[in-house]
Design a protein around this ligand. Sequence first.
Ligand code: KQY
Length: 364
Amino acid sequence: MSKLIDSTPRADGFRMPGEFEPHRQIWMLWPQRPDNWRLGGKPAQRAWVDVASAISRFEPVTVGVNHDQYENAVNMLPGSVRVVEISNNDSWMRDCGPSFVVNDKGDVRLVDWGFNAWGGLYDGLYFPWDKDDLVAQKVAQIEQVDRYKAPLIMEGGSFHVDGEGTVLTTEECLLSPGRNPDLTREQIEEHLRDYLNVEKVIWLGKGIDPDETNGHVDDVACFVRPGVVMAAVTDDKDDWRYELLQDNLRRLRETTDAKGRKLEVITLPMPAILEITEDEAWGIDSAEGTIPRRPGDKTAASYLNFLIVNGGIILPTFDDPYDNPARGIVAGAFPDREVVTVPGREIVLGGGNVHCITQQQPRG
Ligand code: KQY
């Protein structure tokens, strides 16, 4: 049975673990919507198979899928992947899915955030999003874990925790008018404290995709382990992202975490700005209420959008000269994990990457 708990993780002694802590499994959602994924989602489905196969080398994977794609997903995915029917509007499990929390006894519960497709009717990316908004509740039922409903519109890609009381996020996203316009910064911080059980909120400024997620942090910074963060940078002063990435770097170098530690910051280069080609844009259906994709549109390609799994890292690459240097830096930062690369272009055409399409469930 999964109960809705009328309390908060903080009050009950639950905390969200860092992504680098041991997992029970990874959750994903199967892509299919033709106004976001080109050619009816077929190339994206192949990319999902690559990602799910790479993860299953390290830990179990469950993929939620709409009724009409159930059989296809079962046939395309490796037999080791569990496929369950979860109706959804699109495939961003990081964002519409739950955030799991654990206590010292090993119990696991989850937090169900409000989801409004990255900005609702203000600047959201599609309408409706009602199926996505039920995904966390369905995961709770499937896993039989109790659920907290947070009074906050927020996506999993908009924050990272260190598991020791610190959360990293961006002002651009969490203070955006399309999410919680009635809440002050202080009230948002209070909710983060209560539902993630953290003491310290580190506010970065901006992310690299203002029109997509309003600047999710998971493209620009993450925790490697408590006290150590990785931050995306570019050397190219003509790149529009240069200044905002430098600003984030300054903030990280100047701050301390919940334990009072100064952060060690490892920098990771960005790939060159990756644009949608005419051919790629042609394959995407145009639909009212969905932001159009045009040739020349810039994507949010970033190596930082990798996923940490048990014993491994799943790193997107882009046929870019920085692919190998980035791989080397990530491998050096995580010496006990094997870095497995997957092609990231097809996923980023839809607006995110490996981290955005996955959600970890801690072992507890
Ligand atoms: O977390 C993400 N990067 C999701 C982006 C959603 C894009 C929808 N087209």
